[in-house]
Write a protein that binds this ligand. Structure first.
Ligand SMILES: Nc1ncnc2c1ncn2[C@@H]1O[C@H](COP(=O)(O)OP(=O)(O)OP(=O)(O)O)[C@@H](O)[C@H]1O
Ligand SMILES: Cc1ncc(COP(=O)(O)O)c(N)n1
Length: 267
């Protein structure tokens, strides 16, 4: 079985972060492992608290996992401080890790800031250049490109600039902000649009975490970057279309939409 590791924050309501990543990797047929960067106290209406782990403890988790079960792909999500980002960048280099997917999580859908300002600079300098692909949404791409994005053309300019500046493939997500769920992939081979059908579901908590984990799972299974993105879009569309409706705010998706959950007949 192929393996994937998520390095991210815990979401106590289970829709985003580590919990979304493990559900997604499991549903996509890879063995999921985790190294937790922070505990968050949150639900579908907002984040009330964040407790970061120490850099030493993150390093210990990473070393224990990687020296025992080597990950075929890694997804990196919420990492709120520069020191934690440095630990991850150094670990990637030391263990020559491959198939690195970085979701540069900055602000939660509910509005909470999940990364410090100084950490954004460390992210740009130390982590993005080590990624095979990064998956910013529009506000995150605006921070990385340094200009506002108001159209598909702006998305193309921003993705190319981010690709050139940070030397990594870029999937710029149109998502709920700009268009009909059309995302733009920019690689060394140029640009490619992935057209998504907009699903009228207000429950989008954890969409970014889920998409990046599905891409990492597909890379772990040996798919090309284009295939990994295409199949991940199919997975997230299925999870959104299942129309789960939980919680008082923007709720989570059904990550297990293709799994029956019934084992009465199996002996
Ligand atoms: N209503 C929708 N219908 C179909 N696809 C969607 C919808 N909303 C988001 N997506 C898709 O979900 C993926 C995640 O994109 P999005 O822009 O929502 O990321 P994000 O803002 O990082 O997510 P998050 O809510 O976790 O912060 C993208 O592939 C996007 O196109
Ligand atoms: C631990 C953690 N990681 C990431 C997100 C972003 O997801 P969203 O923007 O959907 O709230 C989150 N809310 N919590």
């Amino acid at each position: 079985m192929r393996t994937a590791l998520t390095i991210a924050g815990s979401d106590s309501c289970g829709g985003a972060g580590i919990q979304a990543d493990i559900k997604t990797m499991t549903a996509n047929g890879v063995y999921a492992m985790s190294a937790i960067t922070a505990l968050t106290a949150q639900n579908t209406t907002g984040v009330t608290g964040i407790m970061e782990v120490t850099p030493e403890f993150l390093k210990e988790q990473l070393e224990d996992v990687i020296t025992d079960i080597r990950p075929d792909a890694i997804k990196i999500g919420m990492v709120s401080s520069g020191k934690l980002i440095s630990v991850i960048a150094e670990t990637i280099t030391r263990f020559e890790l491959v198939n690195i997917v970085v979701d540069p999580v900055m602000i939660a859908t509910s509005g909470a800031r999940l990364i410090s300002k100084e950490a954004i600079e460390v992210l740009k300098e130390q982590l993005l250049p080590k990624a095979n692909i990064i998956t910013p949404n529009i506000p995150e791409a605006e921070v990385l490109a340094g200009f506002p994005i108001n159209s598909g053309e702006d998305m193309e300019k921003a993705a190319e600039l981010i690709y050139q500046n940070f030397h990594c493939n870029v999937l710029l997500k149109g998502g709920h902000q700009l268009n009909d769920a059309n995302d733009l992939l920019f690689t060394g081979e140029g640009k490619q649009w992935f057209k998504g059908k907009r699903i009228h579901n207000p429950n989008t908590h954890g969409t970014g975490c889920t998409l990046s984990s599905a891409i990492a799972s597909n890379l772990a299974k040996g798919y090309t970057m284009t295939e990994a993105v295409e199949y991940a879009k199919n997975y997230i569309s299925g999870a959104l279309a299942a129309m789960l409706d939980l919680g008082k705010g923007s709720g989570p998706m059904n990550h297990a939409f293709a799994i029956s959950g019934e084992y009465k007949e199996i002996k």
